[in-house]
Design a protein around this ligand. Structure first.
Ligand code: SF4
Length: 361
């Protein structure tokens, strides 16, 4: 089982962001009290293989809050000896002292949202930091002992040329993190970007950037293990893989989601309700059909794909009897490939994965 802790606070909202995050205002103390209460109320005897602090910006509040949460988790649950403990961060919110505290309380993986190495693009995105902030924070993280760092990068940004992006990706490789997540910008409804006239790269340029990213990173020793995720040897993110493999996960905090056996749960997104202890807002019992679909479209995100025997063991039915036609169609079109008992997306399939996923629902 893995645990997710949502910290919904950010210094300022980025212009493209549709995550559940806002400025802390007067909620901080009460939020963390309620979060700890929620963690104490949940019981599980399963081994915990990963804890992930996500947001928002979990590194924005004082580190004492993270310390208190982790202390509660250590007392309450059984963590495996290799447990991956990640904290997401944004440049400009990290100090050397903070990073040393994180390391000393057991956090062994740091994720830094850089998004772009180009100052002009950072401004366009409404990010709070400069490239210099990132460089200083990355250096502090190494000095504090972090040897497992992810860096997030985005492409297809307004006014971004292919050359701009190739400079970004080259820059990141020179910084040498252990893991890179690379996502294409999606302009979501309800964000300031949605109502702005944006000069975005066309679809061909977007795909050219993605393709270049895969090849360049591979050349630099990062293997692609999921549509948007790349890592050095033995540095794949356990937490992410747990989602795609449909391991049990429990999310704590505002808006957090959980998958517990055959149920999906969703916490309230209303901060006042959350603080008053009304945590879970929705519970959905998953049917066998829904679970089979999830197994397919989540599993196929990974480059290793899905395993036919695993499907049979879990669902007691032959994969061909459920998804046979869809698999055959996409193998014929060159979007899926079968090797032994594994079925996975081809390079072209990765490019237009939604075309495949839609047939698995
Ligand atoms: S830092 Fe991340 S979570 Fe916060 S506003 Fe920006 S994109 Fe959203």
């Amino acid at each position: 089982m893995v645990l997710y802790i949502h910290i919904p606070f950010c210094k300022k909202k980025c212009l493209y962001c549709d995550f559940l995050s806002f400025q802390p205002e007067n909620y901080e103390e009460a939020y963390f009290d309620s979060l700890i209460k929620e963690i104490k109320e949940f019981t599980s005897t399963e081994n915990i293989n990963s804890v992930f602090f996500g947001g928002g910006t979990p590194t924005l509040p004082n580190e004492k809050y993270i310390y208190n949460i982790l202390s509660t988790i250590y007392k309450k649950y059984k963590l495996s000896s290799e447990c991956e403990i990640t904290i997401e961060s944004n440049p400009g919110t990290l100090t050397f002292e903070k990073l040393k505290t994180y390391r000393s309380i057991g956090i062994n993986r740091l994720s830094i949202g850089l998004q772009s190495s180009n100052e002009k693009h950072l401004k366009t995105l409404g990010r709070i930091h400069s490239l210099k902030d990132f460089e200083t924070n990355f250096e502090y993280a190494r000095q504090a002992g972090f040897d497992n760092i992810n860096t997030d990068i985005m492409f297809s940004l307004p006014h971004q040329s292919f050359e701009d992006f190739s400079e970004d990706i080259e820059y990141i490789c020179n910084i040498d993190p252990e893991h890179i997540s690379a996502y294409s910008l999606i302009v979501e409804e309800g964000t300031p970007f949605y109502d702005m006239p944006l000069d975005l790269p066309d679809e061909d340029t977007d795909r050219k950037m993605y393709s270049y990213c895969i090849d360049f990173l591979q050349e630099k020793g990062y293997h692609q293990y999921e549509i948007s995720n790349f890592s050095k040897d033995n540095k794949e993110c356990y937490h992410n893989k747990a989602y795609w493999k449909r391991e049990n996960y429990k999310g704590f905090g505002l808006g957090a989601a959980s998958l517990l056996e055959h149920k999906r749960l969703k916490n309230t997104e209303n901060i006042k309700d959350y603080i008053s202890g009304k945590y879970v807002k929705e519970t959905q019992n998953l049917s066998k059909e829904e679970e089979m679909s999830e197994f397919m479209f989540l599993g196929l995100r990974m480059t290793r794909g899905i395993n036919i025997m695993e499907f049979k063991n879990i669902f007691s039915v032959d994969i061909k009897d459920v998804f046979g036609l869809a698999i055959e169609k996409h193998v014929k079109c060159g979007l899926l490939k079968q090797e032994g008992n594994n079925i996975f997306l081809t390079r072209r399939g990765m490019d237009i994965s939604n075309t495949v996923f839609v047939d698995m629902i």
